[in-house]
Design a protein around this ligand. Structure first.
Ligand code: ITT
Length: 203
């Protein structure tokens, strides 16, 4: 079964592919369409609302079952910031590096026990017949005092998960514990309810 992954983020695409392809899905990305889809304005007030906005835009553009993730890092000491604004935390033209440096600066001299944070991933799936569902995954951890170069993207170099800094983990290790690994596994379970067990088609 074909699924359109409605994201502009190539790293998220890879994480979706790593989990969805072994499940038997044919993952379609913007790259496969050979045309650029419009940017979606993330005007929702929750991760779920933004994920639905992105998935619905994907469905409108492609006509395929579409799935999208809205995610972010919520830091307790900063009352949940950057949260919904994680991608653009350091303003216009934000890069992963400028976001990480801004967050490290905001937590300068904050002791380890007060550096708690949670990564959130909400996945929305929408169907051409109007049905939809959302699932959420969370990974609790702490913000490091410095950057650890390595794998991954975004805030991975400064997020200490229960099994180590995300950027120091292999992709498989990250999937085993990350917010998106968890939301994707919930997504798999939920999606099965919408599929015909005999031939894997939509039902
Ligand atoms: P799309 O909206 O096109 O999917 P995006 O990168 O703009 O791509 P979001 O709006 O959901 O996605 O922003 C999420 C931001 O949160 C992302 O840019 C990263 O900075 C951060 N983030 C999300 N998941 C992450 C992860 O697994 N590791 C590190 N940072 C992550």
């Amino acid at each position: 079964m074909k699924i359109y992954i409605a994201t502009k983020n190539k790293n998220k695409c890879k994480e979706f592919q790593r989990i969805l392809e072994p499940m038997g899905f044919t993952v379609v990305t913007e790259n496969d369409l050979g045309r650029e889809l419009p940017d979606v304005e993330e005007t929702g007030e929750t991760f779920e609302e933004n994920a639905l906005l992105k998935a619905n835009s994907g469905l409108k553009e492609t006509g395929m079952i579409s799935v999208a993730d809205d995610s972010g890092l919520c830091v307790d000491y900063l009352d949940g910031a950057p949260g919904l604004y994680s991608a653009r935390f350091s303003g216009e033209g934000a890069t992963y590096e400028s976001n990480n440096l801004k967050l490290l600066a905001a937590l300068k001299d904050v002791p380890e026990e007060k550096r708690t944070a949670v990564f959130v991933s909400c996945i929305a799936c929408v169907f051409p017949d109007g049905r939809s569902f959302t699932v959420r995954g969370e990974c609790h951890g702490k913000i490091a005092a410095e950057i650890t170069e390595g794998n991954g993207f975004g805030y991975d170099p400064i997020f200490i998960s229960p099994i180590g800094v995300f950027s120091a983990l292999s992709p498989e290790q990250k999937d085993s514990i990350s917010h998106r690994g968890q939301s994707l596994r919930k997504f798999e379970e939920e999606l099965k309810k919408y599929m015909n067990p005999e031939d894997g088609s939509e039902c």
